[in-house]
Write a protein that binds this ligand. Sequence first.
Ligand code: FES
Ligand SMILES: [Fe+2]
Length: 342
Amino acid sequence: MFLRDHWYVAALSSELTTKPITRQILGEHVALYRVASGEVVALADQCPHRGYPLSLGTVVGEQLVCGYHGFTFDCAGTCVAVPGQDRIPSRLSVRRYPSIERGPWVWIWMGHGEADESALPDTPWLTDADVWSCVAGVATIDASFDLLVENLLDLSHETYLHSGSIGTPEVSTTPIEVEVDEDARVVRVFRHMNDVVCPPFYSRTTGLDGHVDRWQDIDYSPPGFYLLHARIGPVGRPPMPDGSDNHAFHMKILYGLTPASEGRVHDFWVLARDFCVVDREIDAFLAKMQTGVVQEDVDALNVLQARTQSAPEFNEVSIKIDRGGLAARRLLAAMTEAALSS
Ligand code: FES
Ligand SMILES: [Fe+2]
């Protein structure tokens, strides 16, 4: 069962043009595109006439023309023209999903009631281009949503799975602290690695060589939003008591976790940094590194999903590093139960 009354990332802003794309989200096929004015539109990707995918249609001005028999839909999903007749049957409309564009991401509301804009995750780093530079991407994984959540909540795997880029021995050996804010519905995982080797991902981009203080503070807001506050600073110089931290480098690593179907999940990511702002070479370096890191996760989760499916009698064993993932599981289970009983 999917948690529907939430915002999920549906697309990268850069993916959307007047040529529609199709994406499966929470089991539903969605056509995503821009009309001539630039507005993003998300419609159910099935023409109500004979069911042809609307994503194979053509945008003409502010409307979408079905690629099969030319029925035409406005941005609200209402059919406004039918070839060969004036009368338009009233049932000829498709669902429009509420969507909001914020920097590199386009969010979608998958609930059937009114969209709750106040529930849209706050992402100021994605829209303040004077202070933050962003690179973004997406991968789709043949694994369950839960496997991706647990992958991201336990970064100790960096040491082993991402050893060439972000994984150093201290990631897996440094203890974590876990907090669950039940009211705000956030799982927090803190890992502060002090006086440790700076991995290539950060040494190349910050210029800090040798040892650094490296902090990884996760805020996971289930179901679909994960935020990692990464701080790289000189050894022994934490943020000032007033919170200012100008001597350190900061990266916000955002993931949008969007179920495609039961065994498939979209993994949207953004790296937003407050250093080397508007440096295209650093953009390219980070995009390449992160694409490699994500691909390592994709490969691992594809294998893990296949293996867990073919060995259903397997009983997992959890240890201290799993506390964040287990907290996320509990919160997701409680949300699912609440959704089922509402
Ligand atoms: S299926 Fe779309 S117009 Fe016929
Ligand atoms: Fe990973």
